[in-house]
Design a protein around this ligand. Structure first.
Ligand SMILES: [Ca+2]
Length: 195
């Protein structure tokens, strides 16, 4: 909210400044004035376009973290699916940039909600990244903050050894998890904590 307000204040200041400049240019020749006005209008339009884009991206981020506008909400979590395929790290970084993390189901209810939501939102996607890995200690699975996972839903015990250290949820096995090479390109779901 504070950001949006700040951006609006800047926008109004730019418009006022432009008006003041406009009034002081009366003494110049008509041709000069017209050229300068055109340049200034172009600059101003670019600045306004940029500010609008910033306002919209801030509004989108705020919406993700407050009302779960496009995703699905379960308890105090919002899951939001992304069709683009990314490596595990890139996917998690994208979720963080949006104010969340990769999805981490903490119990069977969350796991089922995530599976059902992904089935609808990522049609045809056989699997997608979860925010779970054993990169640091083989076999010791942690969340994206390095905290040990307490709820598991492996299809079979993870069997990829040190080669496969990132967890996927698979639709073929009804939301069970499998380990996979972290650099594989997969779709992903982010989670956001919402009030
Ligand atoms: Ca492993």
């Amino acid at each position: 909210m504070e950001w949006s307000r700040l951006v609006i204040i800047v926008l109004v200041s730019v418009l006022l400044l432009d008006q003041t400049r406009g009034q002081s240019s009366k003494s110049k020749t008509q041709k000069d004035r017209r050229t300068k006005e055109k340049e200034r209008d172009g600059d101003l339009k670019t600045q306004i376009d940029k500010l609008w884009r910033e306002i919209n991206s801030l509004k989108e981020m705020q919406a993700l973290q407050t009302v779960c506008l496009r995703g699905t909400k379960i308890y105090k979590k919002c899951y939001l699916a992304f069709e683009e395929t990314k490596h595990f790290h890139e996917a998690n970084e994208d979720c963080i940039a949006k104010g969340g993390t990769l999805a981490i189901p903490r119990d069977a209810d969350e796991n089922n909600a995530l599976r059902d939501y992904a089935k609808k939102s990522l049609p045809g996607a056989g699997d997608f990244w979860l925010g779970i890995n054993d990169m640091v200690n083989e076999g010791k699975f942690v969340d994206v903050n390095g905290i040990a996972i307490t709820y598991f839903n492996w299809d079979r015990s993870p069997n990829g050894g040190k080669r496969e250290n990132c967890a996927l949820m698979t639709q073929a096995s009804q939301g069970k998890w499998v380990d996979e090479v972290c650099r594989t390109l997969k779709k992903y779901v982010c989670e956001f904590i919402v009030p």
